[in-house]
Design a binder for this molecule. Structure first.
Ligand SMILES: Cc1ncc(COP(=O)(O)O)c(C=O)c1O
Length: 380
């Protein structure tokens, strides 16, 4: 099997610790271990954790707490994975056979795209449209789904646009999948990080041949725990468990315990409130910056996630723009092309607010220089 490099992950891995200002992250400022433990009693209990192998599919306690996030789900609907990345990997591995077609939402986090291609599928993009405020064109989607379609992959809330699917769009996606007996893979890792309004509805309960993937990395601000999960039909979850045996085999004992602690009802509420506080406080910094660039940039406000997605009018390649900002200004952003769409870039605004302001200042400087034609990319 040949796989294409996962450009975005490599870009971040190589440079995130090699720049002064990293605004390429899509999550919020991570919690400390102390903040998560939240007091002496929990700390004592955690320190007495015996470091044996945990239950390899996740302890019953953790799986039940995850199931409680999905109406009607039970522990047997859940497999605990190493991050949402492993969850997406296992589902794509389970479903994809050479010659299949995968209908894939774009722009997007390109993991499933790259993997499905590697497993021999043809990947057909269904585009979120800027003129529809980053909603899909439902007629176009319906036409893309054929009896060769093995699954439709969505990211809801979407990375990178921060848009969420309407009830009408979710229904149309379920109907298109139902028509041909396809599965739906719904990556919902940003669910819970809404800027306003209710939590984004999950696909869970809206369709049977469904896998929802998520984890604690984004809306919970706990990426270092590497806790993810798949929620799906029990028989398929049982099968995915065997795939998991060949992949990471088990979560770590410490992360199983800490994830379980994060998902007690009180901690769950406390952590999501923290995330929403960050996105609500810090999005106005981006709103103000966007207003300064109204002539150069296009932007549709996100509904969820600590990410903002900008289009620009200059004929720059987004990879060059990102590289220029890194090399000249020591600022790391995410290029659009690594999310499937050139002419755009993404800024993560959920980290330290002062660092964000500094990064935006340096991006302003770069824009000014390059529009004057003094930067290498300028004037093209
Ligand atoms: C949509 C989406 N899914 C999955 C992942 C991977 O998540 P994790 O860090 O939990 O493995 C990311 C990371 O950026 C993401 O944006």
């Amino acid at each position: 099997m040949q796989i294409a490099p996962f450009e975005m992950e490599r870009w971040q891995s190589v440079w995130e610790n090699g720049v002064e200002l990293n605004v390429s992250e899509s999550g919020v400022d991570p919690m400390t271990l102390g903040e998560l433990l939240g007091g002496e009693a929990a700390t004592e209990k955690f320190l007495s954790t015996r470091l044996g192998y945990p239950q390899t599919n996740g302890t019953e306690e953790l799986r039940s707490k995850i199931a409680a996030l999905y109406p009607g789900a039970r522990a047997e609907n859940v497999l605990v994975t190493t991050g949402c990345a492993e969850a997406n990997f296992l589902v794509t591995w389970l479903l994809t056979e050479p010659g299949d077609e995968v209908v894939f939402m774009m722009p997007n986090y390109m993991q499933v795209h790259g993997l499905a291609l590697g497993f021999g599928a043809a990947v057909k993009p269904f585009w979120l449209r800027e003129n529809l405020r980053w909603a899909p064109d439902l007629d176009e989607l319906s036409k893309l789904v054929t009896n060769k379609t093995r699954f439709i992959a969505v990211c809801n809330p979407n990375n990178p646009t921060g848009a969420t699917l309407s009830a009408e769009a979710r229904k149309a996606i379920c109907e298109a999948a139902e028509r041909v007996g396809a599965f739906i893979l719904s990556d919902e890792v940003y669910r819970g990080a809404e800027l306003e309004g209710d939590t984004t509805p999950t696909f869970w309960g809206e369709y049977d041949r469904l896998f929802c993937t998520a984890g604690l990395s984004k809306a919970y601000g706990l990426p270092g725990l590497r806790t993810g999960w798949i929620v799906g039909p029990p028989a398929a979850i049982e099968k995915l468990w065997s795939y998991h045996d060949y992949a990471s085999m088990a979560p770590t004992m410490t992360t199983d315990r800490l994830a379980s602690l994060a998902l007690t009802p009180e901690n769950n509420a406390r952590i999501l409130e923290r995330t929403r506080g960050i996105v609500r406080r810090q999005y106005p910094i981006m709103r103000e910056w966007t207003a300064q660039h109204a002539a150069d940039l296009t932007h549709i406000p996100p509904r969820a996630g600590a990410i903002v997605w900008y289009g620009y009018k200059q004929p720059w390649k987004s990879a060059e723009l990102a590289e220029e900002l890194r090399a000249r200004k020591s600022v790391l952003i995410q290029s659009g092309i690594q999310m499937g769409l050139d002419g755009y870039f993404r800024i993560g605004y959920g980290g330290d607010a002062n660092a964000l302001r500094q990064a935006l200042g340096r991006i302003n400087d770069w824009f000014a220089e390059s529009l004057r034609g003094t930067a290498a990319t300028g004037g093209r």
